[in-house]
Design a protein around this ligand. Structure first.
Ligand code: DOR
Length: 442
């Protein structure tokens, strides 16, 4: 039974005895967390004892569970408008809530492309109707994502866009990229690049290496990502603008970002769960669920990405949630569309990296919540008295397998279906509102 009314402010919610971890506050302690009318009012050992006695209190015995600042996704494809058979804003936001997210940034490669105020406003409006996690549209850099003419960024920004990107395609022209950085700088928003030199990746389905050679497939070489990241860093330095690299997949790109940060250039970047966990060996059986763009790389890239995440070179974990239907995936690899879904699985996929890989829990939480929020200028969810309640309660010990019937997304394109994951999201609050509740199961 759902006894915490969904999508209404949490009146009096008491989480008792949870481990609260908020790296932004250097908080890691077993405490009670009290939420009243959508705000965190008390945090501390036994702080919930008295509120828990109130008749209207909803009390959760959270011993052994963790309460975290809710997550912020910088990179999701919600497919509305235009491809609602894959996902729509409501199903995408429900999936996000189930994944522990309070904020989702939506990429503009919809149909039509989100290159106008009207589309941005429509998305914001639709999300408000849903009432779940907050949606933050990302506007296109160029009209129709054609890489030629800049969008009216001032209008996109005024309508709610938090960044600009042509994700799915790269802004190939150096002149257009320079102008985009200059223009975006006026509004203090980042330009998010899909770093791919399309001339080097024509006809490519997977990473260029021993496996593409073995399978007889045309490869997408690392250098196609690296040359764009290198060029853009130089442009960002020249212009003095904020530059963000989407889904970094190569050891070279990680190295370039590390060097740029060392030179105090305003560069940030993100990595996806799949690039942290899988290699191109996953494609040996021609599994279309593993076709993504940029492609899965080699073990040395995965190691470099995990290291860069652990040391903060890679700021954020972004899902690149890219739902596709069987129409786009149950076909030959060369015909299949790239992308895999991610919002509901991200935390359960990544918790296992903590400890085994040198990644600290605080860094994982920082990369899922605080840092991505800062990149797009949002108030980061925080476990702080007085803050709006945007939190995620997880059971770190839970082992579970994603099953089709449980997923909120409309799509099922993931190679992780029925794989055992570690760590389950039990409850998500966004804007002080319960947006996901799986405490009684589900
Ligand atoms: O794998 C991907 N899928 N990468 C992208 O850049 C685009 C995305 C999509 O829209 O499906």
């Amino acid at each position: 039974m759902r006894w915490r009314p969904m999508h209404t402010p949490a009146e009096l919610l008491v989480l008792r005895g949870a481990r609260a971890v908020d790296p932004a506050r250097a908080l890691d302690a077993v405490v009670d967390v009290v939420v009243e009318r959508g705000r965190i009012t008390r945090i501390g050992p036994n702080a919930g004892a008295e509120p828990a006695r109130a008749e209207r209190a909803q009390v959760i015995d959270a011993a052994g569970q963790w309460v975290l600042p809710a997550f912020v996704d910088l990179h999701a494809h919600l497919r509305e408008p235009g491809q609602e058979y894959k996902e729509d804003i409501a199903s995408g936001l429900s999936a996000a809530a189930a994944g522990g997210y309070a904020h989702v940034c939506a990429m503009p490669n919809t149909q039509p492309v989100n290159d106008t105020r009207a589309v941005t406003e429509m998305m914001v409006h639709r999300a408000a109707e849903h009432g779940g996690p907050t949606l933050h549209p990302i506007g296109a850099i160029t009209k129709r994502q054609e890489g030629k003419e800049l969008t009216e960024m001032a209008e996109l920004r005024a309508a709610g866009a938090v960044a600009v990107s042509d994700d799915g395609v790269c802004v190939m022209s150096s002149a257009v990229m320079r102008r985009a950085l200059e223009y975006a700088k006026n509004f203090d928003i980042p330009v998010i690049q899909h770093a791919e030199d399309h001339e080097l990746t024509q006809g490519a389905d997977i990473h260029e290496g021993a496996i593409s050679a073995r399978l007889g497939l045309r490869g997408w070489p690392r250098v196609a990502e690296d040359v764009i990241v290198a060029r853009d860093i130089l442009l960002a330095e020249y212009v003095g603008a904020r530059y963000h690299v989407a889904h970094v997949s190569t050891r070279g790109a990680a190295r370039l970002v590390r060097e740029a940060k060392g030179r105090h250039i305003d560069v940030t970047c993100e990595v996806t769960p799949h690039h942290l966990l899988l290699t191109d060996a996953a494609l040996l059986g021609y599994d279309t669920a593993c076709k993504v763009n940029p492609p899965l790389r080699e073990p040395e890239d995965v190691a470099a990405l995990v290291e860069a995440l652990a040391d903060g070179t890679i700021d954020a974990i972004a899902t690149d949630h890219a739902p596709h239907s069987p129409l786009e995936k149950d076909c030959e690899l060369s015909q299949a569309r790239p992308g895999m879904m991610g919002l509901e699985l991200c935390f359960g996929l990544l918790l296992g990296l903590v400890g085994s890989s040198g990644l600290k829990l605080e860094r994982l939480i920082d990369a899922l919540s605080t840092r991505p929020a800062r990149i797009v200028g949002l108030d980061a969810p925080s476990l702080r008295e007085g803050a709006l309640a945007e939190l995620t309660l997880v059971d770190p010990a839970a082992r579970w397998k994603p099953e089709s019937v449980h997923l909120r997304s409309k799509s099922r394109n993931t190679p992780f279906m029925s794989r055992e994951l570690m760590g389950k999201v039990l409850l998500t609050l966004a804007r002080g509102v319960v947006v996901h509740d799986a405490i009684g199961g589900a």
